[in-house]
Design a binder for this molecule. Structure first.
Ligand code: GDP
Ligand code: MG
Length: 144
């Protein structure tokens, strides 16, 4: 299987909880290598643009307010079957329904404040990676 890239976000709630290190450790344990990483604070317009696919949802305004409430860390991850692997590592959207040992089970608070984001497919991943990273921000390095 080929290497695949995906976009991960450590959301404001997880930054507040002080679990950046634990989350990145889980990425590395899953053989998902960070090839781009940065901290930023989205304003409302940028959060709305990132989550435009959800603009008709009842929770859209709350989601945008939450994502603009504090700094986030965005990462481009690369690994075998990377998109699906990161979704499994995160767990279900609602932490109550997330599998034991998943990040959302361990660090999520509720269906909105669920610690992490992950792209839901290869096309979405491409859009989301480009939303945050220039090609020159990403590091291709040898896997050992
Ligand atoms: P994901 O792909 O697992 O992140 O889930 P979705 O794409 O369906 O939703 C995007 C994000 O919106 C989720 O990760 C949550 O932060 C938030 N969200 C999803 N469903 C709800 C909801 O019912 N209420 C609220 N307030 N937020 C939600
Ligand atoms: Mg989604």
């Amino acid at each position: 299987m080929a290497l695949e890239r995906t976009l991960a976000i450590i959301k404001p709630d997880a930054i507040q909880k002080g679990v950046i290190g634990e989350i990145i450790q889980k990425m590395e344990e899953a053989n998902l290598k960070p090839i781009g990483i940065k901290m930023l604070h989205l304003d409302h317009a940028r959060a709305e643009a990132f989550y435009a696919v959800h603009k008709e949802k009842a929770f859209f305004a709350d989601l945008v307010n939450f994502m603009a409430s504090g700094p986030i860390i965005v990462l481009c991850l690369e690994g075998e079957n990377g998109v699906a692997k990161w979704r499994v590592t995160m767990g279900a959207t609602n932490p109550d329904q997330a599998a034991d040992g998943s990040l959302r089970k361990d660090y999520g608070s509720d269906v909105q404040c669920n610690a992490v984001h992950g792209s839901d497919g290869p096309d979405t991943a491409q859009f989301e990676i480009n939303f945050f990273f220039e090609q020159n921000d990403l590091y291709a390095y040898e896997w050992v």
